[in-house]
Structure formats: C-alpha cells, structure tokens
Design a protein around this ligand. Structure first.
Ligand SMILES: Nc1ncnc2c1ncn2[C@@H]1O[C@H](COP(=O)(O)OP(=O)(O)OP(=O)(O)O)[C@@H](O)[C@H]1O
Ligand SMILES: [Mg+2]
Length: 271
C-alpha cells in the first residue's frame, strides 16, 4: 500500500495522536497479554512464544534475559509492531496495536519507539549526523532543526567530534553509539534494545549500558533490553527470564543484587 497521506488521513492520524498524547501518562508503557507466536516451516511448527503476559511500567529499565532461541527477538518484534502475534494482544500506552491501521502503526513506530539493533543497521553511505537526522526528517522535523537536534544527541553520546564520519570509519562502539543516538532522536517513550552489547568488547559494552541507563534516568525513557549478557543485570530494575518461549521468572531490583552476588561468587569460585 503506498504511504501517500491525503489531508483526511493526516487529520485522522492527528486525532489519534491527540488521543495518545492525552493518555501519555498512562502508567503502563507496554503490556502483553498471553502473546503466542508460531512459525510454520512446512509441516513443522515452531512455538517461538508460548503465552507471554508482561506489564512494563513507564520509566522502567527491563532486561529480557534468556538463552539463544528462547524468543527474545520475537517478543521485541511484536512489541515494536514489526510482527503480529498468532494469539494474544500487545498494548503500547494502553493502545491495542492490532487495532491500528498501517499508517497509524508506522507513525507510532516512528514517534514512540526507538530501536537499537545488535548489528547497528546504520546506513553505510550516510554520515553519523545524517543517520541520526533521518528519523527526525521522517517525523516531520525541518532539515535545520533535525541537524541541530541530531548534532546535540550525538554530542550527548560522546560523538560530537565524529559527526561527519560514515559508519565504516567508526569503531564498533562508536557505531553502536550512533545507533543509540538514532533510537533516541525522536525522544521515544520506549527504547527496544536487542542485544545492544552483543558485538562489543567488555569495556565498550559497559559504556553503552551506562549510556542507556543515563538516558533512562534523564529522560524517564522506558528501556527494554534483550540480552544474554550478565553485565546487563546491574542496571535493570527488573529482569524477565525467558525460557523456551515462556516467562520462567521475573526478578526485581533486590533479587537482581542477589543474582549479581551469586554470579560474583561463581566467579570467585572459578579463581
Ligand atoms: N521467521 C522465523 N521463522 C521460523 N522460525 C523462527 C523465525 N523467527 C524466529 N524463529 C524461531 O523462533 C525461536 C525464537 O527465536 P528468537 O530469534 O526470538 O530467539 P532469541 O531469544 O532472540 O535468540 P538469540 O539470543 O539467538 O537472538 C527460535 O527457535 C527461532 O528459530
Ligand atoms: Mg535475538
């Protein structure tokens, strides 16, 4: 379907956004209700998610932990509106995203949700500044304002002196910082970070985690981060442990400290 917006369509989106803004302070940033996702591969059915019910509050920093293949990316794609559940419902700001038409969904994805991908997914032929400018232009910000805002956020993530570098001329950590800046460009309410430290060395990974935590605290952005990286435990308010497409357990901050202690003692034992 072409993404041409006539004035009637724009008005409908504006009305909808007005409604969403009115609900902006809803306490629940994300809610999933018995979400299932099956993939059919010929005769074979893969049960990637087997019924996930989860409520994430505004401003929370959540780590979704789980071994490879437990359904983390599948869950992210559903929360981010990139995929649809086989069963169950996903609410963003208490709006059931299944009820949105493609235009509204595209709008929500552009304005409300920022993505950080494991493999950065920056546009190779564009500079760092242009990469971060892009979502702002999509959101209707003027070229000049977009450049100013992109420059400011790149400076905030420590890349003020790399604005004109293309991704190929940046280190892995710097590229991930550009990806973080791009995800935050439109000041989304929710950041989905799928293994944001997966391709980084220990120190750079820690820097990215600290950066996410700072942005979470400064802007009260809800951060949902999928990982199997234990370093992520340290910053999370809650950890959702996935196992075979289901929530195995949810730990809050105090249990996180215990988990960290356990991991530290395992390290100690290993010495
Ligand atoms: N498009 C697809 N078609 C078929 N099966 C899929 C598809 N996407 C995911 N799966 C399967 O669903 C399960 C969950 O995959 P998912 O990518 O969500 O795992 P993950 O927890 O993100 O793993 P990783 O830590 O390796 O990124 C896996 O068994 C995977 O093979
Ligand atoms: Mg994954």
């Amino acid at each position: 379907m072409p993404l041409a917006l006539d004035s009637e369509r724009l008005q409908s989106i504006r009305n909808h956004l007005g409604e969403l803004r009115a609900r902006r302070l809803s306490e629940n940033a994300v809610r999933t209700v018995d979400v299932k996702r099956r993939f059919h591969l010929g005769e074979h059915v893969v049960h990637a998610l087997r019924g996930v019910t989860l409520t994430i509050k505004r401003g929370e920093y959540i780590s979704i932990m789980g071994a490879s293949g437990t359904g983390k990316t599948t869950l992210f794609n559903l929360i981010g509106g990139l995929d649809k559940p086989s069963e169950g419902e996903v609410f963003i700001d208490e709006v059931n995203i299944a009820q949105l038409d493609p235009f509204e969904l595209a709008w929500i994805r552009c304005r409300k949700i920022g993505y950080i991908f494991q493999d950065f997914r920056l546009i190779a032929v564009m500079t760092a500044l242009e990469n971060v400018t892009l979502p702002l232009i999509f959101a209707g910000v003027s070229q000049d304002d977009a450049r100013d805002r992109a420059g400011a956020i790149l400076t905030q993530v420590g890349l003020g002196d790399r604005l004109k570098h293309k991704p190929g001329r940046l280190s892995g950590g710097q590229q991930q910082r550009v990806a973080v800046a791009r995800a935050f460009a439109n000041s989304p309410a929710i950041i989905l970070a799928d293994e944001p430290t997966g391709n980084l060395d220990l120190q750079t990974g820690l820097e990215i985690i600290e950066l996410l935590k700072k942005l979470n605290q400064d802007r009260r952005t809800t951060i949902i981060s999928a990982t199997h990286d234990k370093k992520m435990l340290d910053v999370a308010d809650r950890i959702v442990w996935l196992s075979d497409g289901q929530i195995d357990r949810i730990e809050d901050r105090s249990a996180v400290q215990i988990s960290l202690g356990r991991i530290a003692s395992i390290h100690e034992e290993g010495k």
